[in-house]
Structures are given as structure tokens and as C-alpha cells.
Ligand binder design. Structure first.
Ligand code: NG6
Ligand code: CA
Length: 514
């Protein structure tokens, strides 16, 4: 039956235990480019002007797309952050592993040390590897992060040589940077404590001091107040280590530039993991008010600026022609994700998910169909592609591009779609796609050609109210849509096509069973 079996079997059949010492090779060559994966947070398909947005402009992303390939059918594997990032790094579906849902502030490392990842594979191929920005995949062993000690395991134990991180996501505590194994600028005399309960009865929170907040919360997000914004969870201490929300984007660019400069004479892999445009949306002052869409739009412009800065660095160092740049997002858009930042009120005609329905938390197309661009100047013919590609495929594809053999039993759900990513011939990418919501939640989308099956364990369209067209309403357990006729998934045709639905249900069940 489905490609699952043939693909997983092919992986086993193609065993190749070539071992590499991890020595750093000389500078990138046309055959083996530097690689930068830029992952936005919660950026929707329709949030960029190259995908049709008119309420704002994203000139740097548009330029990247015009110099490379803009994918119309590019996806992330889940409609929330942690499972998409887990799958991007490991090449395995998050739903196969318990505990891969949205990570809490004190979550331990979700990816176990020694797991082969996109970073370890590229490291074995001789690349210097680094991650800058949002992590949200947990830190520390079973007991969770030791905020005042060594923060390990983390990225460095799964193949990254260096990291400069926002440890969780910025609506969760704590607001500190983590550099390699330590909280940066932490004063031992003022230790950092992080917990999920108020440390004392009179401790000020987003509930007790609600009037003092400069951005009110709408659901959750009413714990510790930092920088006038209340968060999920509680923390005390670590005052010298705390950052301002407004400075995050600048810091990611600064640290990424340092990484690129430091490794310009080697081959490097940089995972640029933006926090924009996740809540709390608090762009730098110079971007505030730049769009009519409120801070959500301003953060998109800030993210676009980051993309431009990274491209300027590549130009300045003469690296644009030997660097493959891939731009994606970790899940689809959401308007109100817990703060009253005007995203709903100011949305106007802007359609954050483009023509698609749903967004973050949803297995409708809007949840996982995202901006997806590849650029490798001089090596990729610019154009638009409808090949089916997904962030989960980057592990196998990048390994293939750099000529790194994959050991058996790793990255088993990652399909080598390198031909499609590089725009070679008529490559159509993968032949089917699974979309999941959160962790092991049980809501799935399954796309094969023009057909899309939705499976809802919960019987609910999505678990958070974020946008009018998809208010949390009841839906049947299974629905079938014809994406060619009905890209917005408005007409369930399951009764008209029982055989197709039955086959797709069986295929999806087999894939999930692994
Ligand atoms: C949800 C949060 C949401 C966001 C999300 C994670 C509430 C009510 N909602 O639980 O605000 O933080 O988790 O987003 O707390 S993600 O992009 O990192 O997956
Ligand atoms: Ca996200």
C-alpha cells in the first residue's frame, strides 16, 4: 500500500554505516553548501506578501523567494511548536513518542542525548552546527532544568556545537538567555527559581496586579510579571540575566552574525529559530506601529527585517552562492493566543492563513501549510513549486544534499525531497503528508494528491478559539475534502467518496501504527 512501508523499508534496505569523525571540513563548496534554516514562530501562509498579503509588506522574504523557490505546498509537520521542532530535528513524527506536546517552562530535554538529529548528521558531515533563538524542546534531565547550574542535556547533547537560546517560549518563564550550558549573566547571589506555583501568598501576578500590565492577558498567561507582561508560570531572582522582550530579534541577529562570521571559513549549519511572531508580541520600538495590523503585523515586519539582515551578512562575507537558505514556520497563524494585543480587532481583510481555513492547533490546512522558501544563489533556478515538502523532510534531504549517509533506524519519517528543494527536474516531493495537532492528541490531517482526510479524536475542530471561521465547534470524527475544488475545506465529501475515504483511513492508521 502506501509509501510508508516502501519508504521505511527503503531506509532499512539502504543501510550504510559510514562513520565520520566529525572533523571540520574546509569552507563550503558549491557541492556542499552552508545551510541556514530560518524558522518563524506562528507565521501563517498568508502573512507574507509573496503569498498574497497586501496589508503589510515583507520585502526581504519576497526577495528570498524571488531568488529561489517559493513552495505553495510547503508544510510543517504539526500545528504547534514543540512537535514540529521535535520532528524537524529528529526526522521522526512526534506522535510516535510520548511527551512531545507543547513543553512547560520546567520541561526536561525532550530529545534524549545521543539521538541522531539533523544537527548531528550535519556535524558528522563536517559542518559546524549552531542554534540561535527559541528552543522549547526542554532542557536538563528527568528533574528538569537546573537553572543555576549546568543546563544539560540540551542542544549540545544532540549534535549542536553551540547554542544561544530562549529556553522555552517567551510567554513562558523565565526571560533569560541560555548560552551553551548556562544562563547568561546570572549572578550566583541572585539565583533563578522557576516553578508552577506562586512562591508566596502575596506574590504579585497577572491576576493580582492586572491593572498595572502594559499588555493584558485574555486566557492563561497570568503568572509572573516581567517587563509589564504576565507569563505562564512563576519565577524569582536572576534579575541581572533578564532580557527585554523588545530586544530579542536584535539579539538573534547579533548572535547569528557572530556564528556566521566565526565559521565563514568552514562549512556551517545555522538553525535560526525566531521568536517572532509568537505571543507576547512585543517588537522593538523601531517596529512598533509599522503596520495597520497592530503588534502582530509589526512582528512580521520585524521577522522580515531579521531575514534581510542575515542575507546582508551572507552578501558581505561573499557566502550567498555557497549557502542554502530555507525559510519555514513552526505552525500556522493564531490571532488571540492569550494576550489582548489587538490582533483580532486590527485584522481587517488580512487573511493570515491565506485561502486556507484554521491555523495554529488545527489540522485544517491553515495549521500546517506555511511559507516555505529555498534559496541557493546560482544553484537553484528561481521559480514557484507545488511539490509537497515538509519540515520533517529536512533531515533526510539535507543529509542527501551534503552526501551524508544515514545510519539505520534514524529519521525514519523523513523523506529525501532534496530534488524538490533544489528545484531539480519535475520532482514532486513526497507523495503523502500527515499533519498532527499537538503532542499525541489524536487529531490528524492526511493529504494524498488532491484528497485530504481529517481525523478528529476530540470531535472538535480545534482546541483553542482563535479565529471566526473555526470557532471551537463539533465536527465528525472523519471528514474528506477535495483540495483542488475546495482548498478552504468547507465541503465534507466523505459520503460521496466512501472508497477513497476508507483507503485513506486505512493508510493513515498504518502510518500512525508505524
Ligand atoms: C498554549 C498557550 C499559548 C501558546 C502555546 C504554545 C495558553 C492558554 N495557551 O498552551 O499561548 O503558548 O501553548 O505555542 O496557555 S507554541 O507555538 O510554542 O506551540
Ligand atoms: Ca509556534
Amino acid at each position: 500500500m502506501s509509501k510508508t512501508y516502501s519508504f521505511r523499508a527503503a531506509v532499512f534496505a539502504a543501510l550504510c554505516f559510514t562513520s565520520f569523525g566529525g572533523a571540520v571540513l574546509p569552507a563550503a563548496t558549491p557541492e556542499s553548501p552552508n545551510i541556514i534554516v530560518i524558522m518563524a514562530d506562528d507565521l501563517g501562509y498568508g502573512d507574507v506578501s509573496c503569498n498574497g498579503a497586501t496589508a503589510l509588506q515583507t520585502p526581504n522574504i519576497d526577495q528570498l523567494a524571488s531568488e529561489g523557490i517559493r513552495f505553495t505546498d510547503g508544510y510543517c509537520s504539526a500545528s504547534t511548536c514543540t512537535p514540529t521542532r521535535y520532528s524537524f530535528l529528529t526526522g521522526d513524527y512526534a506522535f510516535r513518542t510520548a511527551g512531545t506536546g507543547i513543553a512547560a517552562p520546567n520541561a526536561p530535554a525532550i530529545i534524549k542525548p545521543g539521538t541522531e538529529t539533523i544537527a548531528s548528521l550535519l556535524g558528522q558531515a563536517g559542518y559546524a552546527t549552531g542554534v540561535v533563538g527559541k528552543w522549547h524542546l526542554g532542557l536538563g534531565d528527568k528533574g528538569g532544568p537546573d537553572w543555576n547550574g549546568e543546563l544539560k542535556p540540551g542542544p549540545l547533547e544532540i549534535g549542536f556545537d553551540s547554542c544561544f537560546l530562549l529556553p522555552t517560549t517567551n510567554d513562558r518563564v523565565p526571560q533569560v538567555y541560555v548560552q551553551d550550558h548556562r544562563v547568561l549573566n546570572l549572578d550566583p547571589a541572585d539565583p533563578l527559581w522557576v516553578g508552577n506555583k506562586k512562591p508566596s501568598k502575596d506574590y504579585p501576578t497577572g491576576i493580582s496586579e492586572r491593572d498595572s500590565l502594559r499588555m493584558d492577558w485574555s486566557h492563561g498567561h497570568n503568572g509572573t510579571i516581567h517587563n509589564g507582561i504576565s507569563r505562564i508560570g512563576f519565577y524569582t531572582g536572576g534579575n541581572s540575566a533578564r532580557f527585554r522582550d523588545e530586544d530579542l530579534a536584535d539579539k538573534w541577529v547579533e548572535k547569528s552574525n557572530e556564528f556566521i562570521e566565526q565559521h565563514q571559513d568552514e562549512r556551517f549549519f545555522l538553525f535560526f529559530s525566531a521568536h517572532d511572531i509568537h505571543v507576547p508580541r512585543m517588537p522593538h520600538e523601531r517596529f512598533q506601529g509599522k503596520t495597520t495590523l497592530g503588534y502582530r503585523g509589526d512582528c512580521i515586519v520585524e521577522f522580515d527585517w531579521c531575514v534581510g539582515e542575515l542575507m546582508k551578512t551572507l552578501d558581505r562575507l561573499n557566502l550567498a552562492e555557497n549557502t542554502l537558505v530555507i525559510l519555514t514556520s513552526d505552525n500556522g497563524p493564531v490571532l488571540d493566543d492569550g494576550y489582548k494585543d489587538g490582533a483580532i480587532e486590527k485584522i481587517g481583510d488580512h487573511r493570515a492563513a491565506g485561502v486556507y481555513t484554521g491555523g495554529k492547533y488545527s489540522v485544517y490546512e491553515g495549521g500546517t501549510r506555511i511559507p516555505f522558501v529555498t534559496r541557493w544563489k546560482g544553484h537553484i533556478e528561481p521559480g514557484v513549486s507545488d511539490a509537497l515538502v515538509c519540515t520533517i523532510d529536512l533531515a533526510a534531504s539535507l543529509a542527501a544534499i551534503v552526501g551524508q549517509d544515514m545510519p539505520a533506524n534514524v529519521c525514519q519519517d523523513s523523506v529525501d525531497v532534496s530534488e524538490a528543494l533544489l528545484g531539480r527536474e519535475d520532482s514532486q516531493g513526497r507523495s503523502w503528508l500527515v499533519q498532527q495537532d499537538n503532542g499525541n492528541g489524536g487529531d490528524f490531517g492526511f493529504r494524498k494528491g488532491k484528497w485530504k482526510l481529517q481525523q478528529h479524536a476530540s470531535g472538535q475542530a480545534r482546541n483553542v478559539v482563535v479565529e471566526e471561521p473555526l470557532q471551537n465547534r463539533k465536527v465528525p470524527k472523519f471528514m474528506l475534502f477535495d483540495l483542488e475544488q475546495d482548498p478552504a475545506e468547507q465541503h465534507n465529501v466523505i459520503d460521496e467518496h466512501p472508497e477513497i475515504a476508507a483507503q485513506m483511513k486505512a493508510d493513515l492508521a498504518a502510518i500512525i501504527a508505524g
